[in-house]
Design a protein around this ligand. Sequence first.
Ligand SMILES: Nc1ncnc2c1ncn2[C@@H]1O[C@H](COP(=O)(O)OP(=O)(O)OP(=O)(O)O)[C@@H](O)[C@H]1O
Ligand SMILES: [Mg+2]
Length: 409
Amino acid sequence: MAHVELQKISKIYPGNIKAVDAIDLNIADQEFVVLVGPSGCGKSTTLRMVAGLEEISSGTIRIGNRIVNDVPPKDRDIAMVFQNYALYPHMTVYKNMAFGLMLRKMPKAQIEQRVREAAKILDIEHLLDRKPKALSGGQRQRVAVGRAIVREPAAFLFDEPLSNLDAKLRVTTRAELKRLHHRLKTTTIYVTHDQEEAMTLGDRIVAMKDGRIQQSDTPLQMYNHPVNRFVAGFIGMPPMNFFDGALKMVDGQMVFEEGRLENARAAGGAADDTTAGDEPLVMVGELTLPGNGFRLPVPSHLRERLAGQVGRHVVLGIRPEHFHLQPTGGEGDCCPLKVRLNVVEPLGNDMDVYVQTALKDHVVGRLEAQSGLTADAEMTLYVDLRRVHFFEPGETGMNLGLAKAAAVV
Ligand SMILES: Nc1ncnc2c1ncn2[C@@H]1O[C@H](COP(=O)(O)OP(=O)(O)OP(=O)(O)O)[C@@H](O)[C@H]1O
Ligand SMILES: [Mg+2]
């Protein structure tokens, strides 16, 4: 086992496409790190550079204490599992798992022992004589993992290994991978664009955008203290609601007033206002305050940090689960918000409500299920002020509530 260290790693494809931009990342021995981010942010490229399948444009990669920049993939002592498992169709499961070790001329008895051990861990002992076409998707995926395990590598690299499985199987296999890591403790770098998979699997999550690391933290830290608007919007489902507005002093109290964007356009140069993939769309423009927006007191724990922002355009972030039907917490911990209810989506224990404020049409709340709500009617939601965030405007606007030092990435 080994730690993996990426130092100022860049990948520039022909045509000056900067897929990965000078990233620094240290993965400790036995750690399970998940790289997450929207399509095209450079996750696979990063992983493939660690594996040696892609040449690096600049920087240094170490596996253990060895610089592997010029070491061919087969000598890097890592095992990679891809989305399409690429099993050999004409070989049995046993042979598929044993093949890599046979190429390495490992003694037969040792191969047998490793394959049987891995098959036992993955609960595929009864499938060893079958060919891949006689397996389900989930079983094939386990064989692919088995093929990686028998190598006993210094590190596992996974690139979206679950994305070919149906939703239910994805969840159970995810739990198996986690158990496997508890047992083997092999250093693991796992790539996914699914924030839920990242949250549940990772000891640590590394959120990427445009070839850069935005934040590297534990799942909970990332959920509770996102460094910027991008991370805040990417982690958590349904995504955080964002409101453009300004901070004001009203009767000696610091408040946020909802506003509207003039000349609104999608940030990042998107051609129209459709979302690319599941990434929430960020609009930018010039703020106006028509005066009929809602007002929300800035919670006491944030007032000092936000003092310099009074009179400025800021973006308020409220997670769907931090709206409630009743007041929550103690005195001053929540604030009522009048909204218009458009749609209710029951989820069993919870429900999602799609509402609108005076100035914003699409706001989502995740509430405890309650019957008797009427669509197209006014209702009051209570915002848990202890959980709100304020960001600078823009796609990666900084979280203004965090100490400066914590926001530097
Ligand atoms: N061989 C290549 N030549 C040129 N550009 C490439 C090549 N491979 C990838 N890219 C570009 O590099 C960027 C990063 O690609 P990468 O495959 O690493 O993204 P990703 O985060 O894995 O995305 P996804 O979630 O869609 O798999 C993208 O803009 C992509 O178009
Ligand atoms: Mg990819």
